[in-house]
Design a protein around this ligand. Structure first.
Ligand code: 13P
Length: 253
């Protein structure tokens, strides 16, 4: 099984945990769990401040990599408070999430997402672009919203840059809630998203892209979402901070 066929399980820690000690403990759990599984590669995206410490711990371990939750669209310069993808790569981290809905709510635009994605991909970071509708309506307007969001967030991402691109579909209404989307719906949305990608890129390239699902994934629904929902992996918030639950999710992959 090559890396491309493995499921990609990403833990997005968001602005958690409060201390480096806690971060080490949770990461240790993920590391142990990841070392025992074969069918998935595991990625942990902690807050930037914990990245270097955890990178030390990730160095000699199998099957687990680090990523970040955001990056800037320039490599260096006068941008107070920002972190560049070059800096991220220098820690040994390999992934970045871009355009998470919690950043979009704070004002991040499709255009900014696209600029970040182009630079990250050019530099060789594996780039997870998040997309997803805020809510649903009976007329299906959310499908148009999604189509525009995908097209605009990929502006300037040429076919040559697709190798390291991953799409994460996170319906905003399913994030941080009690229930995930049903696997059948996940599958439908995956087909819809791939169709839009095939409009932008060549059909074959669109078919190869990995699509992840995120939003209230837990140990009970993870297997069905991945295998019935036909996605290539998961983006997990709360349950990635609970070592036992995270382990249980990895075990059903
Ligand atoms: P939850 O798994 O906590 O719903 O969060 C999903 C998410 O936003 C991952 O990026």
């Amino acid at each position: 099984m090559n890396n491309r066929e493995k499921k990609i399980i990403v833990g997005n820690w968001k602005m958690n945990p409060p201390t480096i000690m806690e971060a080490r403990r949770i990461f240790g759990g993920a590391k142990r769990a990841a070392s025992k599984i074969r069918r998935a590669e595991v990625v942990i995206c902690p807050p930037f401040i914990f990245l270097s410490a955890l990178a030390q711990s990730a160095k000699n371990s199998r099957n687990i990599s680090l990523g970040v939750q955001n990056i800037f669209w320039e490599t260096a310069g006068s941008y107070t408070g920002e972190i560049s993808p070059t800096m991220v790569l220098s820690t040994g981290a390999k992934f970045t999430i871009i355009g998470h809905s919690e950043r979009r709510i704070l004002g991040e635009t499709d255009n900014q997402v696209a600029k970040k994605a182009v630079l990250a991909l050019k530099l060789g970071l594996r780039t997870i672009i998040c997309i997803g509708e805020n809510s649903r309506d009976e007329k299906g307007e959310y499908l148009n919203f999604l189509k525009n969001q995908i097209k605009n967030s990929l502006q300037g991402v040429s076919g040559k840059l697709l190798e390291n691109l991953i799409i994460a579909y996170e319906p905003v209404w399913a994030i941080g809630g009690k229930e995930a989307m049903r696997p059948g719906q996940v599958e439908e949305m995956g087909i819809f998203i791939r169709k839009i990608l095939a409009d932008i890129y060549e059909q074959e390239a669109a078919m190869k892209l990995s699509i992840l699902y995120g939003g209230s994934v837990d140990a009970k629904n993870a297997e069905a979402i991945v295998y019935q929902g036909n996605v290539q992996g998961l983006l997990i918030g709360r349950q990635s901070l609970e070592p036992e639950s995270f382990k249980a999710i990895l075990e059903v992959m």
